[in-house]
Write a protein that binds this ligand. Structure first.
Ligand SMILES: [Zn+2]
Length: 528
């Protein structure tokens, strides 16, 4: 008997945490950050307290009540007493690992809290992107996926002990295992060991994961971040296949097609399938994004600002092509440059920034004399490519500036001329906070006289992109009909939808397919 317990990703988009238990081993399928659960209680300036260790997360229901799987430095001796009567409380110590599908935080973020000796298995690209995101971002204590600062119990002199203080002894790494290649270049190994002295990245043959005796398959798939994969686990009840997030309309659609064929051959007992876009009837392909963006940008006279998702390397390459074809320079931020450089360690076909005439680096305005290590190195490496706000200001028609909402505070230095273009190439707002941000974005555009294109506008409290400006964003997720194709081609005996606000879609649409649809409940177990 195999048990699947769903601690996250149930009627929510993201936060996937699925525990698979068999006599042969116990694995988590992703261990994600549950954005929608956080939003109920927290916002930018109201966050779980790092000094309270695991307490806030456990009390507020953001982490499953599973004693034994979390970092011991975040756990005082009697922390668990109050949770032992909680509904889904369990003592669980012998976890063999986490199978991570991709580096988006809604799948990886809460790895931060897991014991550092619990190995994480992913593709090399996912491991590298996870590290690049952490190196170049402001990772809070609940998003430290690759390494973390252990907490200690001694407090500063004169204080009473009441919290966990960051230890001065430096960061500690986690065990990451690479599932899709046996060797990394020396340069790639060096990247993995930078910033903190990380242990060598393990390259694990998949039939040899720790004490775990489950056979595994890792299938690369197409999603809006490189390195995404689905997993297959051979259990005593047959193969269980977990899709992660996927699509059939991106640049790497062939990967998802190959996954469907290979997964079908396994004749899986169960398929755990995402359902983000079950309500969408069609997709926009990345090719169309290029065509539509090229059309509107080639007509633009002054500055062009392009707003697209930060880790979507395919989208960055789409805008790079538009920049080449409209004889502009793509001005990217240092964190984008760092990500591209990281990707190139594994995928040599990614352009080399130093050699690519159409890329420059926008140097952000800062008052700090000592930038972080990664930033210092990035600026040094590409010093001949740096442009300042004033360079952009005086040659506006030469640039496509890759800014998102969070970079708008640079505009007083850039001084875009009235009539400059703001191209929005990302998803529509999903909640009230994001709607507020869009309202604010419109205020910025008005302040500088910018022309928005592809931007959601409010009509009767609904935010939508005007019909004539659609087609600038290819979603990372397959639309409803494509998801049904994935299900019927793989043809599992059981289908369990996750990562969806409307899992009933599968029940309604696949009633005659011979597939048994089981809707999971939060903390509930499905036995197969
Ligand atoms: Zn996701």
């Amino acid at each position: 008997m195999v048990k699947l317990t769903f601690y996250g990703g149930v009627r929510e988009i993201g936060g996937n945490k699925v525990l698979l238990e068999d006599d042969k081993g116990k694995l988590f399928l992703d261990f994600g950050y549950p954005y929608s659960k956080y939003r109920r209680f927290y916002e930018e300036y109201l966050k779980p307290r790092a000094g309270a260790g695991l307490l806030d997360l456990l009390v507020m229901g953001l982490l499953p009540h599973l004693e034994g799987i979390y970092r011991t430095d975040l756990d005082t001796g009697n922390l668990w007493q109050q949770f032992r009567r909680a509904e889904h409380y369990r003592k669980l110590e012998d976890i063999d690992g986490v199978l991570l599908t991709h580096a988006h935080l809604d799948h990886s973020g809460h790895i931060s809290f897991l014991r550092e000796d619990i190995p994480v298995y992913s593709t090399a690209t996912t491991a590298f992107i996870a590290k690049a995101i952490q190196d170049s971002g402001k990772a809070d204590f609940d998003q430290q996926v690759c390494y973390f600062t252990p907490r200690m119990e001694e407090c500063p002199k004169g204080w009473r002990q009441g919290a966990y203080f960051a230890s001065g002894s430096g960061d500690r790494q986690r065990r990451f295992g690479v599932a899709d290649r046996s060797r990394l270049s020396a340069e790639a190994e060096r990247f993995w060991g930078e910033v903190i002295r990380q242990k060598k990245l393990d390259s694990q043959p998949l039939d040899d994961i720790g004490k775990c005796r489950l056979s595994l398959r890792c299938f690369p798939v197409d999603h809006s971040i490189p390195g995404a994969c689905a997993w297959g686990i051979e259990t005593s009840s047959g193969w269980v296949v977990y899709s992660g997030d996927l699509r059939l309309h991106g640049k790497r659609a062939k990967l998802t097609e190959a996954f469907m064929k290979e997964a079908r051959q396994l004749q899986p007992r169960a398929l755990i399938l995402e359902g983000t876009n079950v309500n969408k009837a069609t997709n926009i392909a990345e090719k169309e994004v290029y065509q539509n963006a090229f059309k509107v940008i080639s007509d633009a006279r002054d500055l062009v600002i392009a707003d697209f998702p930060a880790r979507d390397v395919d989208r960055l390459l789409t805008f790079l092509q538009v920049a080449r074809d409209t004889k502009r320079k793509l001005a990217i931020l240092p964190k984008d440059a760092y990500l591209l450089k990281t990707m190139r360690l594994l995928e040599p076909e990614i352009p080399d920034i130093a050699e690519e005439d159409a890329i420059v680096l926008y140097q952000e305005t800062t008052a700090s004399r000592s930038p972080a290590q990664w930033l210092k190195k990035t600026y040094e490496e590409y010093s001949s490519k740096l442009v300042l706000a004033r360079d952009v200001a005086s040659n506006q028609s030469d640039f496509i500036l890759c800014f998102s909402f969070w970079d708008l505070n640079e505009l007083p230095s850039v001084q875009p001329r009235a009539g400059s273009l703001y191209v929005f190439s990302s998803s529509e707002p999903h909640n009230e906070e994001q709607q507020m941000d869009f309202w604010r974005l419109h205020q910025w555009l008005e302040r500088f006289g910018l022309r928005g294109f592809g931007l959601p506008v409010e009509k009767d409290a609904v935010w939508e992109i005007p019909d004539e400006e659609k087609g600038l964003h290819a979603s990372g997720h397959a639309c409803g009909p494509d998801l049904l194709r994935v299900a019927s081609e793989i043809q599992p005996e059981i289908l369990i939808p996750v990562h969806s606000e409307k899992p009933e879609f599968y029940k309604d649409s696949l009633s005659d397919s011979g597939i048994n649809i089981i809707l999971p409940s939060e903390g509930g177990t499905v036995e197969i």
